[in-house]
Design a protein around this ligand. Structure first.
Ligand SMILES: Cc1cc2nc3c(=O)[nH]c(=O)nc-3n(C[C@H](O)[C@H](O)[C@H](O)COP(=O)(O)O)c2cc1C
Length: 319
């Protein structure tokens, strides 16, 4: 086994981080409240944007958009990266969805929100998908609202939706992590009903002009986000590269990488720039992304699902 000592050391650090209890009491570290009055409904346009690596957040975003349409909104819905930020003012509602990565909202999403123009009182809402059961998801959703509120958005809602984790280290090695396996049926009908309820709730909030307050709590997992979990997890993963003879040059890994760390056709991975989101290995259709964990080759989400004959239940609205 390569780098065995390194692996054990980093594994111990991560194990300690993950074994800390999820909550550390009810201490509020941040209150997210409206900073400006809410803009009244004017155009009936809503915007639902998401960042999604393996499709869960996209699926929930698309369902949310479909339901908002049934409530009378004209909805623009897309991946964050495909949306051209121009006329944000024409929306009566802006909803941002993100997966929870490393107990937090990914930097990619945070940076994107920080670059937004002034939202001038536009109602804003968040949702996150997570692999849990406890993934600091409430705080991650709150972080999105916090940033949108700093842009003068008015917070109206936040929801968290659990599904099977797409974190490859959860099934690396001899056994699949128990909680990952237990949640392999998620999202299910109940999850989608919660998404539908969220759409209804948001429209009610807008109709009544009802803003909300949100609190970020001090949890042990929140504290883990302060000690660079990506840095430590990176110490567990080795030889991240693209195998030239397996690569079909489809560009999926380049498109999925939020750090511009992959170069094709040079088959180059800048492991320094990599943010270890596993978007490349999780989505490669040719199994050409190579990573090692504890001396074994890591399996991506796509291959893991196929190997175990797992499929994701689609909400009926999306066909
Ligand atoms: C790099 C990475 C880190 C993750 N970290 C967490 C986490 O800290 N807490 C959690 O509950 N789930 C975590 N997950 C699971 C994802 O949040 C979850 O599977 C999410 O729904 C994926 O969304 P997507 O399919 O839209 O990318 C992680 C997944 C990945 C790939």
């Amino acid at each position: 086994m390569k780098n065995r000592r390194d692996f054990i050391k980093a594994g111990a650090v991560t194990a300690v981080a993950l074994s800390v209890p999820a909550t550390a009491g009810c201490i509020t570290i941040k209150k997210v409240a409206p900073q400006v009055p809410m803009k009244p409904r004017e155009t009936g346009n809503a915007l639902v944007l998401w960042y999604s690596q393996t499709g869960y957040t996209r699926r929930h975003g698309r369902l949310l958009a479909a339901r908002l349409e049934t409530h009378g909104y004209m909805v623009t819905a897309s991946e964050i990266r495909d949306f051209r930020v121009r006329d944000m003012e024409r929306f009566d509602l802006v909803v941002i969805g993100s997966p929870v990565f490393y107990y937090d909202t990914p930097d990619y999403v945070k940076t994107w929100i920080r670059a937004l123009p002034d939202l001038k009182g536009t109602p804003v809402a968040a949702y996150v998908t997570f692999g849990g059961p406890e993934g600091n998801q409430d705080n991650a959703a709150c972080s999105i609202l916090d940033l949108l509120t700093q842009k003068n958005g008015v917070p109206v809602g936040a929801r968290t939706f659990m599904n099977m984790s797409s974190f490859p280290l959860a099934w690396a090695g001899a056994e699949v992590d128990k909680k990952t396996w237990k949640s392999r049926h998620l999202p299910d009908g109940e999850t989608y009903d919660r998404v539908r309820e969220y759409a209804r709730f948001l429209t009610e909030q807008l109709e009544t002009g009802n803003a909300s307050e949100f609190s970020k709590q001090l949890t042990a997992r929140e504290m883990v986000t302060w000690v660079a979990p990506i840095y430590w997890t990176k110490k567990l993963v080795h030889n991240h590269s693209i195998t030239e003879k397996e690569c079909i040059n489809c560009g999926t890994c380049v498109e999925k990488c939020p750090a511009d760390a992959i170069d094709l056709p040079d088959y180059y991975v800048d492991t320094h720039a990599c943010v270890l989101c596993f978007g490349c290995i999780n989505n490669c259709p040719a199994g050409a992304v190579y990573m090692e964990y504890g001396g074994d080759r890591l399996v991506g989400y796509r291959d893991f699902m196929e190997k175990n004959s797992l499929t994701v239940t689609e909400p009926e609205e999306l066909g």
